[in-house]
Design a protein around this ligand. Structure first.
Ligand code: NDP
Length: 255
């Protein structure tokens, strides 16, 4: 495995992901959009999953305009989707591609920034559904397609507050602790069994809509852009990370 610094500076060939089918949730905006564009630029056929179809269509158009492999769009709201929906998705992926080589579980929501003593029960339940339960259900349902790949990479999305609890981060922090744990359990169960590896990326502070929602007074120009944190995503999506399993990787290790 590369060191944290080597991962943050990873610069692969343009054909790193050629021939790979990769599903990205939250592909219409923020970090997920950037991973979709970057993956396509490195040869991947991307399945753009998200809840706002107009945004997914814009990403689709950008990939086509850049002569990337034609992506597909999968409209899904992680708040309301069920395991049955994800099972159907798996059937479609197997029909279309015969396998799934990458799954980036990127979509997430912030919930409230408020003390736990005031935290609304309904917001808590929604954050846990989107950030934890849906991620588990999608991974479980897509495992048959992932197992058909010779080299499948599942990437969950963590956060600094998923490793050290901090005031006022509420359900978001707890959900990211759950994600860290889920990665370890999946990775331990799959270790040595086949060709599916499961890791997490902590993007670190990145200029997106979610970051602006969490820190409205912050100057986004002081942050890394989503484009600048792509090396860690490319490393985990491509075959150079084939032996990496059960890790939680910082996209910005020195921040
Ligand atoms: P954004 O808010 O910019 O993007 C989130 C994406 O998730 C959007 O495309 C959004 O869709 C989608 N999404 C949200 N809810 C749902 C849902 N119910 N169903 C389907 N899709 C949904 O966030 P970021 O790009 O900043 O965050 C991406 C990931 O990185 C998240 O998991 C976040 O927790 C994590 N992260 C981000 C950091 C940062 O500094 N930006 C730091 C640490 C972690 P739509 O556009 O339709 O709303």
């Amino acid at each position: 495995m590369l060191s944290a610094t080597q991962i943050a500076e990873y610069q692969p060939d343009a054909n790193l992901l050629a021939g790979r089918a990769i599903l990205i949730t939250g592909a219409g905006d923020g970090i997920g959009k950037e991973v979709a564009l970057t993956s396509a630029a490195h040869g991947a056929t991307v399945i753009l999953a998200g809840r706002t179809v107009a945004k997914l269509e814009q990403v689709y158009d950008q990939i086509i305009a850049a002569d990337g492999p034609e992506p597909t769009i999968y409209p899904v709201d992680l708040e309301g989707a069920t395991s049955d929906n994800y099972d159907e998705l798996c059937v479609h992926i197997l029909e279309q591609f015969g396998r799934l080589d990458g799954l980036l579980l990127n979509a997430g929501i912030l919930g409230q920034r408020t003390p736990l003593s005031n935290y609304r029960q309904d917001v808590w339940a929604t954050v846990m559904q989107v950030n934890v339960t849906a991620q588990f259900q999608m991974t479980q349902a897509l495992m048959p397609a992932l197992e058909k790949s010779a080299d499948a990479s599942v990437i969950f999305t963590s956060s600094g507050v998923g490793r050290v609890g901090r005031s006022f981060w509420g359900a978001y922090a707890v959900s990211k602790f759950a994600v860290e744990g889920m990665v370890q359990v999946w990775a331990a169960e799959l270790d040595g069994l086949g060709s599916v590896r499961v890791n997490a990326i902590n993007p670190g502070a990145t200029a997106t809509g979610m970051r602006a929602q969490a820190f409205p007074a912050e100057n986004p120009g002081s942050l890394k852009s989503a484009a600048e944190i792509m090396p860690a995503y490319l490393y985990l999506l491509g075959s150079d990370s084939k032996v990496v399993n059960g890790q939680s990787i910082d996209a910005q290790p020195h921040r």
